[in-house]
Structures are given as structure tokens and as C-alpha cells.
Design a protein around this ligand. Structure first.
Ligand code: 6GU
Length: 225
């Protein structure tokens, strides 16, 4: 899968996407993430990509022309399955969306800044708008990094058995059960006896029960769905 990202702050995306599992996905050739600095398509030598908003009001708006030129330049090289705009007024990102997007070939993500991007880009280029939650970030980059991480780890071959996504929270509509490692007793706090039986049936059943119990306790809304 290839993910192109248009941003005015490529530096913000570098660290989160170049370590750990995202690094491994890219090293293995399973995921290609390319960041593109919007200023390459700036209108003038000052690197201008934003302007005051019509109608007045505080905050700059990212202009049509640099964005349209950037998108079209990238479209010359790649056909995108989705052109995604990261915005707090987009649809709420969740595991279902991550699963769906992980099955695509090529994605283009646009990171907004300031007051956002000119509505005409949203109307005429963007095919999907994603928010990561009901709060406002200063730009779309950190949100984009989260989305790329959530998608990237689902690509076949990225995770091994130990890290398999099958047992993640949300993957079966439930939160994940608690996990323990050695020692079997720490400061008098024991590991649940079921996990020490070595009996897969007992262990699976315990995990399933815990998942249901924890989901009921912490996220009853998930059970209602
Ligand atoms: Cl995608 N962008 C920004 N700027 N803020 C957000 C967001 C995205 N999702 C939640 N808050």
C-alpha cells in the first residue's frame, strides 16, 4: 500500500512513522509513506499557501491553488482510492474504518492547518473526511500519523503472530482482556490461575469472559452496537 501525505509540516510525521512497526512495514516493502511539502506548490517565493478568509474573521485558510496543484501533480503518478482530508469535523475514525482503508492500494491524505482548507478543495477533490475525536488539534499531521499507524499495522505481513491484530481491542467489537508476564507472583499479587493452567480451552474461555466483563464495565456502548 502507498500513502501520500500533503502537509506544511512533514517533520511532524517523520518520527511517528519511522520507528517500530511502521518502520518494519516500510522496510519490508509492505507500506510506502511519502510526505510532500505543500510549499513546493506555493504561489510565490515566500512560500505562501494560505490567505485571509473571505467574510473576515481570525485565522488563515489554506488556498485552493497550491492544494489543487499538489493533488493533481500527485494524481499524475498515482491513482488514489481515497483522497482523505484530516479535519475535526470529519467522520469519527474507528477500527472499522481502519480495516476498510487497509484493503485499499493508494491513499492520499491532506493535512489541514490554521482554519482549514478552502471548501472548494473539499467539494471537488476530497472523497473522505476523517476526525480522530471530538477535540481540536493544531494541525492534521498527528491525526494523520495515527491513521497511518492504525492502517499500516493491519497490512498482511506487517504483524507477526505475537502481535497479531486478531486479538486487538475492537477487532471483535470487544476490548482486549488483561495480560500478564513473569513473575507468576509479584509483591503478593498473583497472575490469574486460569492463565497458568496451560490449558488452551480454559485460557480462551477466561479471556473471552474478561473481554466481555471489561467491555461491559468500561465501554457498554460497544455492546449496544
Ligand atoms: Cl483530523 N485534525 C485536527 N486539526 N484536529 C482534530 C482532528 C483532525 N481530529 C480531531 N481533532
Amino acid at each position: 500500500m502507498t500513502i501520500d501525505i500533503i502537509t506544511v509540516l512533514p517533520e511532524l510525521l517523520e518520527s511517528p512513522l519511522n520507528h517500530s512497526i511502521m518502520k518494519r512495514a516500510q522496510d519490508k516493502g509492505l507500506l510506502t509513506v511519502r510526505t510532500h511539502n505543500l510549499r513546493q506548490w506555493a504561489l510565490n517565493k515566500y512560500g505562501q499557501v494560505d490567505d485571509y478568509q473571505y467574510g473576515g474573521g481570525a485565522g488563515m485558510v489554506m488556498m485552493c491553488e497550491p492544494l489543487a496543484n499538489a493533488i493533481e501533480a500527485l494524481q499524475q503518478l498515482t491513482t488514489y482510492d481515497e483522497i482523505i482530508y484530516m479535519t475535526p469535523d470529519g467522520g469519527q475514525f474507528n477500527q472499522k474504518t481502519a480495516n476498510k482503508l487497509s484493503m485499499q492500494q493508494n491513499l492520499l491524505i491532506i493535512c489541514g492547518h490554521y482554519k482549514g482548507i478552502d471548501q472548494r478543495i473539499r467539494d471537488h477533490f476530497v472523497t473522505m473526511e476523517i476526525s480522530i475525536g471530538d477535540y481540536v488539534l493544531s494541525g492534521g499531521e498527528l491525526a494523520a500519523a495515527m491513521v497511518v499507524d492504525a492502517i499500516g499495522r493491519l497490512l498482511p505481513g506487517v504483524l507477526n503472530d505475537e502481535t497479531s491484530a486478531l486479538f486487538d481491542s475492537y477487532q471483535d467489537g470487544l476490548l482486549a482482556p488483561p495480560v500478564y508476564t513473569r513473575p507468576a507472583e509479584f509483591r503478593g499479587w498473583p497472575v490469574p490461575a486460569e492463565l497458568l493452567t496451560g490449558n488452551p480451552k480454559i485460557i480462551d474461555q477466561w479471556r473471552q469472559e474478561k473481554s466481555e466483563e471489561i467491555t461491559k464495565q468500561k465501554r457498554p456502548d460497544l455492546l449496544a452496537e
